[in-house]
Design a protein around this ligand. Structure first.
Ligand SMILES: O=C(O)c1ccccc1N[C@@H]1O[C@H](COP(=O)(O)O)[C@@H](O)[C@H]1O
Length: 215
């Protein structure tokens, strides 16, 4: 029997949604530090939410092109286990963040077509994990969390990468099992697919997502 797929529920903003994710069996919970996002949390909110997360569940801070001062502020106040870099951070910047802040780093890579695939290998040299997400459409307000999927067949040809990776982008309780079968993903990440309205997590959808990912 193969190991269970790890689930990350991202963009949690309330204690109730943290509890729903943890009790459903999520292995990662994500807090978004990006003001334009409907899922943005303040440092104070994130610190309170992180205190609700039991040991063994990885607490991830999602940032977008954050500078060191901002990362210092976040990490100085919130007990976190991993940084998710969801902007245009270069490989050198990823390496610098990893070395300066001393936390594992997961780099998000946006995929729209085969031309985007080499970035996965490029960031494999510097990141601890990779988050393979849909590339946001031109002009999109958010660099992620748009509920958009990419062509999973782009991953189907090559299921092994040098770093652990997570599949993201437009996943829902209805499509996650198919996405796992198509790509061989052993980790999946969701934000808008478990919401009733943008930024509002739905406990029933969280439970359904985790259950579907574990089938
Ligand atoms: O969720 C957000 O608001 C967000 C903001 C800025 C960057 C990334 C964001 N979310 C991440 O995007 C992917 C896919 O999200 P979705 O499931 O398609 O809504 C996921 O990794 C989120 O962590």
């Amino acid at each position: 029997m193969s190991a269970q797929v790890n689930v990350k529920i991202c963009g949690l903003t309330t204690a109730a949604s943290v509890e729903a994710a943890v009790s459903a069996g999520a292995r990662y919970v994500g807090f978004v530090f990006f003001e334009r996002s409907p899922r943005n949390v303040t440092i104070e909110q994130a610190a309170a939410l992180a205190a609700e997360v039991p040991p063994g569940v990885c607490k991830v801070a999602l940032t977008v092109n954050a500078d060191d001062a901002e990362l210092d502020r976040i990490l100085g106040a919130v007990p976190l286990d991993m940084l998710q870099l969801h902007g245009q951070e270069t490989p050198d910047r990823v390496a610098a963040i990893r070395s300066r802040h001393g936390l594992p780093v997961m780099k998000a890579i946006g995929i729209a077509g085969s031309e985007d695939m080499p970035a996965i290998d490029l960031y494999s040299d510097v990141a601890d994990q990779l988050l393979i997400d849909a590339k946001p459409p031109r002009g999109a307000d958010l660099p992620g969390g748009n509920g958009l999927a990419f062509d999973w067949q782009l991953l189907a040809a090559r299921k092994y990468w040098r770093r652990p990776w997570m599949l993201a982008g437009g996943l829902t309780p209805d499509n996650v099992a198919q996405a796992i079968r198509a790509t061989g993903a052993r980790q999946v990440d969701v934000s808008s697919g478990v919401e009733s309205t943008p930024g509002t997590k739905d406990a029933a959808l969280i439970r359904a997502f985790v259950a579907a990912a574990h089938t």
